[in-house]
Design a protein around this ligand. Structure first.
Ligand code: GUN
Ligand code: FE
Length: 420
């Protein structure tokens, strides 16, 4: 057995209401899993060297459940547009470039490095409609051992000609992608219909059959703007709500279902999301930038829906999930201020929980540092001032608001130290 011990201030969120913090703690890692967090090193390990990080924080690595890998190349651009104009003017032309695998190689390489740099080791990622380029991302994630779901995008209507698939071809390419990416340890394929307006009913039903055949989950965007929700209603008049489109196709039955944004859910959406244990993903920067809405995060948490955090690169400009933790708190306060009915601010602990353990729940034992979890962890330093005392919780909050990747002095994935 391979045992390592790390000493520092261990902070994680085992439950959404509060952070657990242990100063001067020894975290015992056996074969890549947390065995225990202890004040004293047990007698049986007396001969081992302890890697001592002093007062530094040791926290779980982040989970980003909504990223568009291709849009890494356009992050921070076109941010004065709303969703449909942003798609037309920036995003669709950008995504078309991924027909060229050499281009995909460069962008995906940079993205994967940046995820590691910012401590995102668990992610759910869209690519583009292109199967070959999607394979490049899949292999890069697998080579680095990151925990990820990723899928090629489907869209067969209401998209520009240069990016619009034929329904049968879209299903055939998706099946090929699923078949070619079975059996990887940490990366798994996921069905990725872009959003309801760019998918025909026939396509969504076809994806439902693939979900069953390959026991596969789904990721998409859900009720993300008033215009999108209204358009979807017009295109799918026979469904009680947007989530029902995916539910009735059998897309919520086999793997994780991951829905980005969930800003304007109807009561029926919430009922289906709860029943299917689907994860709603809060991407605060992105929705402020291009969909001009704020997820009712406190209300969804109160309805006992799993809620995670996403950067939504490139509608969100920043690959740092920790910054989205801060934004989630900020925007919940604005929402509660402008729409007090049914909305409340969320706490820092809730937002941190969403970005670590809740997002990690679609993978296997990641997102916390409780015993039994994988030692997927970050070590953070340089967050306290020498002129005042700060609690570990305060230092973690400061990291999310004012820190950056320079504060991350070590990164562990399955107990192995990694670097970008
Ligand atoms: N809705 C449809 N496509 C997209 C996209 O690429 N990003 C976001 N944020 N919303 C979308
Ligand atoms: Fe998105």
């Amino acid at each position: 057995m391979n045992v390592s011990i790390y000493r520092g201030t261990v902070v994680y969120a085992a439950e959404k209401e509060r952070l657990a913090a242990f100063s001067g703690a020894n975290i015992v890692v056996e074969d890549g899993f947390v065995k225990n967090v202890l004040k004293q090193v047990p007698e049986e390990y007396a001969g081992l060297t302890v890697k001592d990080f002093g007062d530094a924080l040791i926290i779980p690595a982040f989970s980003d459940l909504h990223i568009h890998a291709s849009q890494y190349a356009q992050r921070g651009v076109g941010m004065d547009k709303l969703l449909f104009e942003w798609l037309r003017d920036y995003t669709f032309p950008q995504e078309a470039k991924f027909a060229d695998c050499r281009y995909a190689e460069k962008v995906y390489d940079a993205l994967v490095k940046d995820l590691i740099r910012h401590g995102t080791f668990h992610a759910s990622i869209f690519t583009t409609i292109h199967t070959e380029a999607s394979d490049i991302l899949f292999r890069k994630l697998a080579e680095r051992g990151l925990y990820a779901y990723t899928g090629k995008v489907n869209m067969d209507c209401n998209a520009p000609d240069y990016l619009c698939e034929k329904t049968a071809e879209s299903l055939r390419d998706t099946e090929r992608f699923l078949l070619e990416h079975q059996g990887y340890a940490t990366v798994k394929p996921i069905l990725t219909p872009r959003f309801a307006p760019t998918c025909s009913e026939k396509l969504i039903k076809g994806l439902g059959k693939l979900a069953k055949k390959y026991a596969c989950g789904v990721q998409t965007h859900l009720v993300e703007s008033i215009a999108e929700a209204a358009w979807t209603k017009e295109l799918f008049p026979d469904y009680s709500c947007e989530t029902a489109i995916y539910e009735q196709a059998g897309l919520l039955d086999y793997g994780p279902s991951v829905f980005a944004h969930v800003i304007f859910p109807a009561r029926e959406d919430i009922t289906i999301l709860r029943k299917s244990r689907s994860v709603s993903v809060h991407c605060p920067d992105a929705t402020a930038n291009i969909t001009a809405g704020i997820m009712p995060a406190a209300a969804l948490l109160k309805a006992e829906l799993p809620v995670a955090v996403g950067t939504d690169i490139g509608a969100g400009p920043n690959p740092a999930v920790y910054r989205q933790i801060a934004r989630a708190v900020q925007l919940s306060k604005l929402k509660a201020f402008f729409e007090p009915e049914g909305n409340e601010p969320i706490s820092f602990a809730e937002a941190f929980y969403m970005a670590t353990k809740a997002g990690g729940s679609i993978f296997d034992r990641v997102g916390s540092l409780e015993p039994g979890y994988r030692f997927n962890a970050l070590v953070l330093d340089g967050l306290a001032d020498d002129f005042s005392e700060m609690t570990p919780e305060e230092q973690l909050e400061r990291f999310c608001y004012a820190g950056d990747d320079r504060n991350i002095i070590a990164r562990y994935l399955d107990g192995r130290e990694i670097s970008p």
